[in-house]
Structure formats: structure tokens, C-alpha cells
Design a protein around this ligand. Structure first.
Ligand code: SF4
Ligand code: SF4
Length: 161
């Protein structure tokens, strides 16, 4: 099945993925892009990022913190509610015994773009962490503001308990 979201085509092949059992989702959650959070509308992005990060099911990861090379992805199971997390391995929080709990259109862009293959490596169509980091660069201020506001909110709750 092919579906167009934000002008980009995603690929889903349940027959292949059911047989595989979700190897990709078991090894590392798929990186999300600014479009997944409403880019280029910055207010919408802030609101969606704030809500998603506060839910504890999404986190901010990075390839270089000093250079502010950040991106967003679902959290790894067992590490829910980490607003920032830098883990290289682990099963995605959204993976269930019957597949991804998110509808196809609500999955991270790199999950939607991964082309399932039989007997060869599935094709990420260039969606590496470095590629996704570049997409986040124009929106780093919005991303960091939403993440630090969620952290502040969490700290206020801790202090008030
Ligand atoms: S995309 Fe590839 S690795 Fe992921 S579940 Fe489908 S077949 Fe398996
Ligand atoms: S969001 Fe869904 S498709 Fe993407 S890694 Fe997680 S379980 Fe897999």
C-alpha cells in the first residue's frame, strides 16, 4: 500500500512485516521529522511537541549535543517519560504483539518511508539519523523550548509532591 502524507509517499506492506515480526521496531524507534509535528507552523509544532513529550512516549535524541543536532523519536520501552534520551538500541514503545499501535499516518516519517523487503535489508530511502537531524535544524529553537518547558513542568510536579 502507498499513501501520501504531507506530499510524501509512505509504504506499508503488512504481509512482509507480519512475517518479519517487526525487527526494525525491536531494534530502534524510527526518527520523526518536523512535518510529523506540523511544520512549518511553529505554534502548532510547539503545541504538538509539548503534548507528545509530556505524554512520556516521545523523546528528544541527538547525534551531537554541542552543535544542537537533535531530533525526535518514540521512546524505548522501559524508558518512558525521558524528555531527553540517547540510547542506540531498544524496542519502540509503540510496538505491540499485533504491530504498531499508531495508525499509519501517525507514525514517524522514517517508519512510513521504510520499504519492507524479503531476504534483503529493508530500504530506509535515505532516512538516517543524520538526514532527519538536518530536517530539524530550522526548528531547533521550537524543539528545545517545548522540551525544556516539559522538563520544567515535571520538576514543578516533583517539588510540589
Ligand atoms: S520494515 Fe522491514 S524490518 Fe521492519 S517489520 Fe517490515 S520487514 Fe521487518
Ligand atoms: S512508531 Fe511504530 S512503526 Fe515506528 S518504530 Fe515504533 S512501532 Fe515501529
Amino acid at each position: 500500500m502507498k499513501e501520501t502524507i504531507n506530499g510524501k509517499i509512505g509504504v506499508e506492506n503488512l504481509d512482509i512485516c507480519k512475517q518479519c515480526g517487526g525487527k526494525c521496531c525491536k531494534s530502534y524507534p524510527g526518527p520523526a521529522t518536523p512535518d510529523d509535528f506540523g511544520a512549518p507552523d511553529r505554534q502548532r509544532m510547539y503545541d504538538e511537541l509539548y503534548t507528545s513529550l509530556k505524554s512520556g512516549r516521545w523523546t528528544v535524541d541527538w547525534i551531537d549535543q554541542e552543535q544542537e543536532h537533535y531530533f525526535v523519536r518514540p521512546v524505548v520501552k522501559g524508558f518512558e517519560s525521558s524528555v531527553f534520551d540517547h540510547r542506540y538500541m531498544g524496542e519502540c514503545t509503540f510496538l505491540t504483539p499485533t504491530g504498531c499501535e499508531l495508525s499509519f499516518k501517525n507514525r514517524p516519517e522514517s517508519c512510513r518511508m521504510l520499504v519492507p523487503k524479503v531476504n534483503e535489508r529493508c530500504d530506509p530511502q535515505g532516512y538516517t539519523r543524520a538526514y532527519v537531524v538536518k530536517m530539524w535544524q530550522p526548528y531547533i529553537d521550537v524543539l528545545i523550548k517545548a522540551a525544556t518547558d516539559v522538563e520544567k513542568f515535571d520538576m514543578d510536579i516533583d517539588f510540589n509532591l
